[in-house]
Design a protein around this ligand. Structure first.
Ligand code: HEM
Length: 440
């Protein structure tokens, strides 16, 4: 008797779009609408063409679990990034896989763990106070830019142990040119292209980081870098200088743009909902009762926690994530070939009416009992999930609470007229005009 051979599974439905650009123009402009439109047309698995390659998009919490946890061995994180970004950043944590990734993550984790970060509390408070006073003197600012400078100052002080001054300013300038080129098209390494400028800025940054590493090796300090220099793997080997330079570039990059984005959207929502703002302020007054913020207060701010989670849901700084497929697999009745990319979508998951009541509304109370929406794994994934969940999660959560507590107590912002809040979604979501406010 002859065996029955099952027909091969089909590829997912969808379109590869235009030659070369694929459907990049649609996704880049609005990743949520991109996913929702195609979900309505094709269902929760569809094919498209993004970042120069065929891509399968897998939608919903089960897809998130599949990609980020249960079947992550099928995927490469490195192969999910563009060649431009890889050439600039090298081998930092987000861009490595397998045993290499496990070794680095195990050595980095203790420096950013919830038990290590209270050491950065005072530094964060000092810097937010300095920046807030500067904003007050300026009278009006773009909050996105204000938060960007503040977050970068906190990142360089906490991660590198860098003091404010001319060296820090030059470093910040180079870093902003560098990060602007990360998502540029690959091109000549000339000053005329964003990629070329980023490459040259990267060369300067690498030289500065090498000097800083040498200085910290000679005189250890309490910074994240200080802890990374003391870390070792199972064989007792520490990071080499070259490994550290790449890791520091990733930590500085991943560690400030995201926080900048989320803080900006928190204020966008608070300024449009005075009752939520008033409740957040009342909570500060109750918990601090006129005194200064202390680390233990951060655990007593449920109202602020819910505001942050709701901003993460409605405005996740990254719309989702890509992986390269290393082994062909079947999902949802379709075949996804090796060499494609796959994408999970945080923006889509966070707006699913099956998971969230009136998902388009900013409603922090959805996280409070008895509703407790989003308390299931892979529903709220603004920080990713599974073994590669954001390694800076605790650091980010503390920083956002310290910054918001300080600002809620000391400053009033009022939206300026005639500005556009239209979101620019990629690479990290920001309002078109940067959220212009009067400061009082
Ligand atoms: C609001 C703030 C932040 C948000 C929303 C955020 C979001 C994310 C997300 C979504 C991922 C997972 C990407 C994926 O798997 O596809 C991630 C990973 C990562 N994040 Fe964050 N992040 C934030 C802050 C930070 C900070 C402060 C740091 C460092 C100090 C950091 C460093 C990293 C690194 C190194 C990874 C890669 C982890 C790995 O692959 O093992 N992030 N982050």
């Amino acid at each position: 008797m002859s065996a029955v051979v099952a027909p091969p599974l089909p590829l997912p439905p969808g379109s590869f779009g235009l030659p070369l650009v694929g459907e990049m123009n649609h996704w880049w402009l609005d990743p949520l609408r991109f996913a929702q439109d195609r979900h309505a047309r094709y269902g929760p698995v569809f094919r498209t063409h993004l970042l120069g390659r065929p891509c399968a998009v897998l939608l919903g919490p089960e897809a998130n679990r599949f990609m980020l946890s249960s079947h992550m061995h099928l995927f490469s994180s490195r192969a999910g990034w563009s060649p431009t970004l890889i050439s600039l950043i090298g081998n930092g944590l987000s861009l490595i896989d397998g045993a290499h990734h496990r070794r680095h993550r195990t050595m980095i984790m203790p420096a950013l763990h919830a038990t290590a970060i209270p050491r950065y509390f005072t530094l964060m408070q000092r810097l937010v106070d300095t920046h807030a006073q500067r904003w007050l003197q300026q009278g009006q600012i773009k909050l996105f830019e204000g938060f960007k400078h503040l977050s970068f100052d906190i990142a360089t002080a906490a991660i590198l142990g860098m003091a404010e001054g001319p060296e820090a300013h030059a470093f910040a300038d180079s870093f902003h040119v560098f990060s602007r080129g990360l998502f540029a098209l690959p091109a000549w390494k000339s000053q005329l292209t964003p990629y070329g400028r980023a490459w040259q800025a990267g060369t300067k940054l690498r030289a500065s980081l090498a000097r800083i590493i040498a200085a910290r090796r000679a005189a250890p300090d309490d910074s994240v870098l200080g802890l990374l220099l003391a870390a070792s793997d199972a064989e007792g080997q520490g990071f080499t200088d070259a490994e550290l330079v790449d890791e520091l570039l990733v930590l500085l990059w991943a560690g400030h743009d995201t926080i900048t984005s989320l803080l900006t959207w928190v204020y966008y929502e608070l300024l449009r909902q005075p009752d939520v703002l008033a409740r957040a302020r009342a909570e500060q007054a109750r918990v601090l009762s006129g005194g200064a913020l202390e680390p233990q207060h951060l655990k007593q701010l449920p109202q602020l926690d819910r505001i942050l989670r709701e901003a993460e849901r409605l405005h996740p700084p990254a719309p989702g994530g890509f992986r390269g497929v290393v082994e062909e697999f079947a999902y949802g009745g379709y075949r996804i070939p090796a060499g494609w990319t796959v994408m999970y979508s945080s923006v889509f998951t966070h707006m699913m009416p099956e998971l969230w009541y009136e998902p388009q509304r900013f409603d922090p109370e959805r996280f409070a009992p008895p509703r407790e929406e989003g308390n299931k794994p892979f529903h709220l994934i603004g920080f990713g999930a599974g073994p590669r969940v954001c390694v800076g999660l605790a650091f980010a959560q503390m920083q956002m609470r310290v910054v918001l507590s300080h600002l809620l107590q000391t400053l009033e912002f009022e939206l300026l007229p005639n500005q556009s809040f239209r979101p620019i979604p990629v690479p990290t979501k920001m309002p078109l005009d940067g959220l212009k406010v009067f400061v009082r």
